[in-house]
Write a protein that binds this ligand. Structure first.
Ligand code: C2O
Ligand code: CU
Length: 487
C-alpha cells in the first residue's frame, strides 16, 4: 500500500489504490477509498521552465472484478495531475512506451498549434515529444488525453487521461477550498463495460451507435468510491472523462451546491443549483457543504439529452448511478463561505466579430465533410473575434469542442444561455436542433502550417471523422497545411 500524503503544501506523489471498508447505502457499497491522482513531480530547468515527464504505457488495473489490462501515464491507469501557474513556461516530455502511436492533447489549453497534441503531433512507439509553452489563461480545471485520429476512443477508454490544473493568483479566489486532495478533489468520472473476466470490453465499439457505454462507474479509476471529508466545504473538480456517456450530477438528497467554475475558469458569481450536466470532455467545479458525521452521495440521474426514444435510452438516459460517497468526519475544519463574487468574466460582444461561420453536425460529419489531414476548414485571423453558429440535427448525442480557445455561448436559439453556460467553455453539449452561437477571440499564436481541431467529443464520432481543422493566420497569410503525422 502506497502512502498518500496530502498535508498543506505537500504534493501527493503516489497513487493510493486503497484498502476496503464497507458501507452500504442504497444499492451501492461504497467500499473503496477514492484514489487521488498524485500531483506530477516537476523540476525547473536552466531556462526556468517547469519540466514534467509523462510516459504512456501498458499495465493492469482492477475495476472490481480482478486485474484488467489497461493503459496509463506514469502508471497503469490514468495519469498524474499536472499543475502550473499562469506566466510559467512549461515543458512536458511525453514518451510513448506503447506498441502503437499516440499523441497527447492539452484539452482547454491556449497554446501554439504545434504544441497542441492533436493528430498532427503523433508520437511513434518508443518516441518522445516535448512540447513547451507559456501558460497564459485564467485558473481552470483542464485535462489531457490522446488524440490520434481514428483511435482516440480506445486510447482514452483504456486509461490514458489526466487532469491539468492551472493556477492564477488573479483568478484563483483564495476563499474557495484549495488544498489538493484534502478539500479540493479531482473527480474523473468514466463508465466501463466489463466482460465476464472483469476486463474492459471493446468488442463492439459502436454498441450504442455512439460508442462504448458501460454500467460500471470508475472515479479516478476507483469503483464504488468513498471520500473522507474533513472540512465543512469541499471543492469537487468534476471531469466527464467518458467516451460517450453524459451525466446529470446532483446529490441523493437533492441538496444544493455552488457551481463555481466551468471548463475554462471560474464563473463571475457562484450559481446555486442542485444539478449540473456534463457531456464528455466538460468540467465543472462545485463547492459542497457537508454537516459533521453525515454521508452525502453524489449521484447521476438520467440527463435530458433531448434525443428522444431509443437514442436517449442507448445513451444512458435510463440509467442512474451512484458516483461517490462523501463521508464527513465527526468534527469538520471550518472553511469560508463561497464569496458572492468570484472573477471578472468580460462578455465578448458579437458586434466585434470579424467573421461568422456555420457548423452543422450530422452523420459523423461536420457540414457534410469528414476530417482530412490536409484540408483546412477555416483560416482565422490572429487576434480576431469570431462567432460560430453550431447545430446538431441528426438525433445522436453530439457535443462541440474547439481547441486553443475558451469561448462563450452568446445565444441558444437567440436567447441568453443559462448560468452553467455563461462562463468560459471549450466543450458544450449540443441539444439537438438548438442553434448555439459561440464566440471566441483567437489570440496570440499564428501558424498557417499547423491546424487546430474542432470536433464532436463523443469519441467514437470524432474517430469516424466528425472533426474539422482551423488555422490561425496573420493578415495576408494563406493556410499551408501538410499531413505530417502517420495517423
Ligand atoms: Cu478533448 Cu480535441 O479533445
Ligand atoms: Cu457526435
Amino acid at each position: 500500500l502506497g502512502v498518500l500524503c496530502c498535508g498543506a503544501g505537500t504534493a501527493a506523489v503516489t497513487w493510493l489504490w486503497s484498502a476496503k471498508s464497507v458501507s452500504t447505502v442504497g444499492n451501492v457499497a461504497f467500499g473503496n477509498r477514492l484514489a487521488i491522482p498524485p500531483l506530477a513531480a516537476s523540476t525547473v530547468d536552466a531556462e526556468g521552465r517547469r519540466v514534467f515527464d509523462l510516459r504512456a504505457g501498458a499495465g493492469s488495473h482492477d475495476f472490481g472484478r480482478g486485474a484488467a489490462p489497461t493503459w496509463g501515464f506514469n502508471g497503469s491507469y490514468l495519469g498524474p495531475t499536472l499543475r502550473a501557474t499562469r506566466g510559467e513556461k512549461v515543458l512536458v516530455n511525453v514518451s510513448n512506451a506503447l506498441a502503437e502511436e499516440t499523441s497527447v492533447h492539452w484539452h482547454g489549453m491556449h497554446l501554439p498549434a504545434a504544441m497542441d497534441g492533436g493528430p498532427h503531433q503523433s508520437i511513434a512507439p518508443g518516441g518522445t515529444w516535448s512540447p513547451t509553452w507559456t501558460v497564459n489563461q485564467p485558473a481552470a480545471t483542464l485535462w489531457y488525453h490522446p488524440h490520434p485520429h481514428g483511435t482516440t476512443a480506445e486510447h482514452v477508454y483504456r486509461g490514458l487521461a489526466g487532469m491539468f490544473i492551472v493556477d492564477d493568483p488573479a483568478t484563483s479566489v483564495g476563499a474557495l477550498p484549495h488544498e489538493y486532495g484534502v478539500d479540493d478533489i479531482p473527480v474523473i468520472v468514466q463508465d466501463k463495460r466489463l466482460d465476464g473476466d472483469g476486463r474492459l470490453d471493446e468488442s463492439n465499439p459502436a454498441f450504442s451507435g455512439a460508442g462504448i457505454l458501460g454500467g460500471t462507474i470508475a472515479v479516478n479509476g476507483t469503483v464504488d468510491p468513498f471520500l473522507d471529508v474533513t472540512t465543512e466545504r469541499v471543492r469537487l473538480r468534476l471531469l466527464n472523462g467518458s467516451n460517450v456517456r453524459s451525466y446529470d450530477f446532483g446529490f441523493a438528497d437533492d441538496r444544493r451546491f455552488a457551481l463555481v467554475g466551468t471548463d475554462g475558469g471560474l464563473l463571475s458569481a457562484p450559481h446555486g443549483t442542485n444539478r449540473i450536466m456534463l457531456s464528455p470532455g466538460e468540467r465543472a467545479e462545485i463547492v459542497v457543504t457537508v454537516r459533521a458525521g453525515e454521508r452525502a452521495i453524489l449521484r447521476s440521474t438520467p440527463p435530458k439529452l433531448g434525443l428522444g426514444g431509443i437514442a436517449d435510452r442507448f445513451n444512458g438516459g435510463a440509467d442512474s448511478f451512484d458516483i461517490l460517497e462523501l463521508r464527513a468526519a465527526p468534527t469538520l475544519a471550518a472553511r469560508p463561505q463561497v464569496p458572492a463574487r468570484l472573477v471578472d468574466v468580460p462578455r465578448l460582444d458579437p458586434a466585434t466579430a470579424a467573421q461568422r461561420r456555420t457548423f452543422t453536425l450530422s452523420g459523423h460529419s461536420i457540414n457534410g465533410r469528414k476530417m482530412e489531414h490536409e484540408r483546412v476548414d477555416a483560416a482565422v485571423l490572429k487576434d480576431s473575434v469570431e462567432v460560430w453558429k453550431v447545430t446538431s440535427n441528426d438525433g445522436e448525442p453530439h457535443s462541440f469542442h474547439v481547441h486553443d480557445v475558451q469561448f462563450q455561448v452568446s445565444t441558444m436559439d437567440g436567447k441568453a444561455p443559462p448560468p452553467q453556460l455563461a462562463g468560459w467553455k471549450d466543450t458544450i453539449y449540443l441539444t439537438p436542433g438548438v442553434r448555439f452561437e459561440i464566440i471566441a477571440r483567437f489570440a496570440d499564436y499564428a501558424d498557417p502550417a499547423t491546424p487546430y481541431m474542432f470536433h464532436c467529443h463523443t469519441l467514437y464520432h470524432e474517430d469516424r471523422g466528425m472533426m474539422g481543422q482551423f488555422v490561425v493566420v496573420e493578415k495576408g497569410q494563406q493556410p499551408a497545411v501538410r499531413h505530417s503525422g502517420h495517423n
